[in-house]
Ligand binder design. Structure first.
Ligand SMILES: Nc1nc2c(ncn2[C@@H]2O[C@H](COP(=O)(O)OP(=O)(O)OP(=O)(O)O)[C@@H](O)[C@H]2O)c(=O)[nH]1
Ligand SMILES: [Mg+2]
Length: 260
């Protein structure tokens, strides 16, 4: 049987380090790396085995950002074809710049392809990325690093995660960040601290049909011994989720909530 390898495509603004990453993952020097934005003008693909997993990796250039290159239309078309074949897209950004309008445009374009995306925040080794006031990307990657370092929830440095979410809530406030901050607060300082934040979100229109709000609220209420209210929240969450497995788990949680 001729099984096609999964296809992973690197995209991002010019000069963020896509070709460097391509060369690193493929252990090659096939992609040309220079400090000049717009270096890569073609689309190259190479089969690779990385940490025991085989896939085809594609480096793109010129798909995003202005170009005066006469071959631009061809590059664009090749990039688009690669995106259509992709099982996974790695969206590379420059951690020194923080989030730029160009990144926003790419994020919107990626949305239309509907492929799973991994955000890779590059150049974090650079002093400018580490020393500058942490931008939203740096904060998010610091949070992810805290989670990755810990093997279990108990080993996780929740106080640090809560502090990082505090900073993120200042810099890039959103109801989802608030909800995550509430979870981190409850893990670090107890359910009452988390519930205070969650309660302030219950009238938030953007979370009106988001099942995680009642499910988080249910967990916190349950930890505080407010079982009837917790049960109602788990049922509400079950009614909102579109994922059958999750619905079953939430209904199970509603059935079993109580002193144990
Ligand atoms: N400090 C630092 N520099 C990097 C890193 N990755 C790439 N660079 C530098 O960033 C510059 C651009 O790297 P490329 O890999 O050519 O970037 P690209 O995204 O392929 O650029 P285009 O092909 O122009 O779209 C080069 O000078 C690299 O040496 C990194 O992780 N850290
Ligand atoms: Mg390149």
């Amino acid at each position: 049987m001729n099984k096609r390898s999964p296809h992973v495509v690197l995209v991002g603004r010019p000069n963020v380090g896509k070709s460097t990453l391509f060369n690193r993952i493929t252990s090659s020097r096939r992609a040309i790396v220079t400090p000049v934005p717009g270096t890569t003008r073609d689309v190259i693909t190479q089969p690779v085995v990385w940490r025991g997993i085989g896939f085809d990796l594609t480096d793109t250039g010129g798909m995003f950002g202005a170009s005066e290159d006469p071959l631009h239309a061809m590059v664009l078309e090749a990039g688009r074809r690669a995106m259509q074949r992709a099982e996974l897209v790695v969206f590379v950004v420059d951690g020194r710049d923080g989030k730029t309008p160009g990144d926003d445009d790419i994020a919107k374009a990626l949305h239309t392809f509907g492929k799973p995306v991994i955000l890779a925040v590059n150049k974090m080794d650079d002093r400018r990325a580490r020393d500058g006031a942490l931008g939203p990307y740096a904060l998010q990657s610091a949070i992810a690093a805290c989670h990755a370092r810990a093997h279990t929830a108990a080993e996780t440095d929740w106080a640090r995660i809560a502090a990082l979410y505090d900073a993120l809530a200042q810099l890039a406030p959103s109801p989802i960040v608030e909800l995550n901050r509430a979870v981190a607060l409850s893990m670090a300082y107890g359910p009452a601290a988390g519930l205070e934040v969650v309660d302030s979100l219950t009238s938030e229109p953007l979370l009106k049909s988001y099942h995680r709000l009642p499910s988080v609220r249910g967990e916190l209420l349950s930890k505080l011994g407010r079982f009837d209210e917790a049960r109602a929240e788990f049922k509400r969450a079950a009614g909102l989720t579109h994922n059958m497995r999750e619905r079953e788990l939430l209904l199970e949680r509603a059935r079993t909530v109580g002193p144990n």
